[in-house]
Ligand binder design. Structure first.
Ligand code: C2E
Ligand code: MG
Ligand code: MG
Length: 569
């Protein structure tokens, strides 16, 4: 057990030597105690008037006091304080009577080794009791789930004709924020969200903290769907206001589930369950979803569980595949590499795109083995390309933040390179901006180790997260991938100003720039003219099965060979 503060232990004991011995035995077992000793009723009374004891250890046969009387004194002041009897001379009947009176345990003086585990167990139990009883969440200071239930029960009992709405709220991407910024910042985010919810709740409402990044809000007199939906939007707008954590500016999103039916009538647990079912459905809609509870949702929840078990099966049965989307050099149109994109070949549904299952892979942690597989598979593909004479081909592999946090990531990358015998420079890892923006030491360390291995590092979907280029300067990244959204903006009606600015900034930092989602020659020409070096998108090719990309590469190779044969002739 690790405790930061010593255990405040009150010993009811007449022998100073025994008290010392026990303290030493506990210390030897790793329990640091701050003991105080009393040996009569008056001193015990006085000691108990002071708060803050963690436990009492009591000898049985003191000249002036027996354990049962001592226990009665302790219980008058504190109904729960762990009370352990340590004695050589207590009869079985007396021990049983003491247990009935509320002693937690009895340790015989010939068997002192039991003391430390018994004390540890009781302290742990006391902590659990305290946590359950504390109506407030540690991090947010909001009432917890139990307190919410009591509030709902009070509403029901009040018999008022109010019709409250219950909102279950879950922050988007909180896991990534926590992983990217560290848990201290994560806690600060939660506390800030709590403050905003408390504000929204106002005088009549009630905000609670359910766990981690999940909250609840009770708002009275909101019985119709339309006004409840408006309230949910107001919650999202409030949470979306920029939030400063240290020198980061964050923009939070949230998914919200709403329960309107019988909130002040049915059991509080059932109501919250309904709101959370609606929340799960809202989360499946993607970010910033809002859903009202309806009867079909229990089935949708079942669907999520089915998805999760299907993903376990998919991993076992090798139903995952990698598709490869070509990346071209904008100067000459040559294919210089490909991005590996995960697909799931579902036995009934056919090919499933990653948007549908990557969130579930991340939530279940399955992304770690699946990602490790994808890494090896992509390296093996590079090997095959090289063997077929495409010496310069690179492959880009996406890494989720969760994979990035695995302590053995660098080792895995090294092993994948070694097993396939490809040069590190032929592998590029795509990480998201949210991870890269953060200067937590471990992020930097991992990135530097990867850089030292010689693999390329690219920032994916640049411009969509909450990072600034200033952060990127500190990272050993080689490339920025401009998000599709900004490439979309290059067209007849828009001027592509953001894409242009990103290219200019990236080039000033000596980063290569790849544009994602290039669909038209006009976009390609615009990007090339403004200094973007590479592009990827439907204009050049959709993500393809390995064999089809191989055919495409072979075709290009043949054409190049013909060209050089002509020019030689
Ligand atoms: P991403 O890494 O940004 O990948 C690019 C996505 O844009 C791909 O979607 C690709 O099919 C799509 N795309 C490419 N060109 C165009 C275009 O011209 N127009 C349009 N409209 N779309 C285009 P996809 O394959 O559905 O992948 C979605 C996301 O899933 C990826 O976004 C990536 O974040 C994630 N992902 C894919 N494979 C993996 C993987 O192995 N591991 C991890 N962690 N994430 C992956
Ligand atoms: Mg990518
Ligand atoms: Mg991308």
């Amino acid at each position: 057990m690790t405790r930061l503060t010593p255990i405040r232990l009150l010993m009811v004991e007449d022998s100073e030597d025994d008290a010392l011995l026990m303290t030493e035995l506990l210390a030897a077992a790793g329990l640091v105690v701050e003991p105080a000793r009393v040996d009569n009723a008056a001193d015990l009374e006085a000691a108990m008037r002071v708060d803050g004891w963690d436990a009492v250890i009591c000898d049985h046969n003191l000249p002036a006091l027996d354990a049962l009387s001592a226990l009665a004194i302790v219980r008058r002041h504190d109904g729960e304080l762990p009370f352990i009897i340590v004695s050589g001379g207590i009869s079985d009947q007396q021990a049983v009577a003491a247990m009935h009176a509320g002693a937690a345990d009895f340790v015989h003086k010939d068997n002192y080794t039991r003391l430390a585990p018994a004390l540890e167990r009781e302290l742990r139990a006391a902590r659990v009791r305290a946590r359950d009883a504390a109506p407030l969440d540690d991090i947010t200071g909001l009432p917890n789930r139990n307190a919410l239930f009591e509030h709902l029960a009070r509403l029901a009992a009040s018999g008022r004709q109010s019709s409250p709405a219950l909102f279950a709220i879950d922050l988007n991407r909180f896991r990534q924020i926590n992983a990217g910024l560290g848990s201290l910042a994560g806690n600060a985010v939660l506390a800030a969200v709590a403050g905003r919810l408390r504000e929204l709740a106002g005088a009549g409402g009630y905000a609670a903290s359910l766990w981690a990044d999940r909250f609840a809000l009770v708002v009275e007199n909101l019985s119709d769907q339309a006004s409840a939906t408006r309230m949910a939007r107001a919650i999202q707008e409030k949470l979306a206001e920029p939030l400063r954590i240290g020198d980061q500016e964050l923009f939070l999103g949230a998914s919200i589930g709403i329960c309107l039916d019988d909130v002040a009538g049915d059991s509080p647990e059932a109501c919250l369950h309904r709101a959370e079912l609606a929340l799960n459905a809202a989360k499946m809609d993607g970010r910033n979803g809002i859903r009202h509870h309806h009867a079909g949702m229990a089935r949708a929840d079942q669907a999520r569980l089915t998805l999760e078990s299907a993903l376990h099966r998919a991993l076992r049965e090798r139903e995952f595949e990698l598709y490869y989307q070509p990346q071209v050099d904008l100067a000459d149109g040559r294919v210089t590499g490909a991005e590996a994109l995960l697909r799931w070949r579902h036995p009934e549904r056919g090919l499933v795109a990653p948007g549908e299952f990557i969130p579930a892979l991340e939530e279940t942690g399955l992304i770690v083995p699946v990602g490790a597989w994808a890494l090896r598979e992509a390296c093996a593909r590079v090997r095959a390309w090289r063997d077929a004479g495409h010496a310069g081909m690179r492959c880009a592999v996406n890494l989720s933040v969760i994979q990035f946090r695995q302590p053995d990531l660098v080792e895995r990358v090294r092993a994948a390179l070694a097993e396939t015998g490809i040069p590190a420079s032929a592998l590029e890892l795509e990480i998201t901006e949210n991870l890269a923006m953060h200067d937590e030491e471990s992020t930097l360390r991992t990135l530097r180790e990867l850089d030292r291995l010689g693999v390329g590092l690219a920032i994916d979907d640049f411009g969509t997260g909450y990072s600034s280029l200033a952060y990127l300067r500190r990272y050993p990244v080689d490339k920025l991938k401009i998000d599709r959204a900004f490439v979309d903006g290059i067209g007849a009606s828009e001027d592509g100003a953001i894409a242009r600015a990103v290219i200019a900034m990236a080039r000033s930092l000596n980063l290569r720039v790849v544009a994602e989602g290039v669909e038209t020659p006009l976009q390609a020409e615009f990007l090339r003219r403004h200094g973007c070096q590479e592009a990827q998108g439907f204009l050049y090719g959709r993500p393809l099965p390995a064999a089809e990309l191989d055919a495409l590469l072979a075709g290009a190779q043949a054409r190049a060979a013909t060209r050089s044969a002509y020019s030689a002739a």
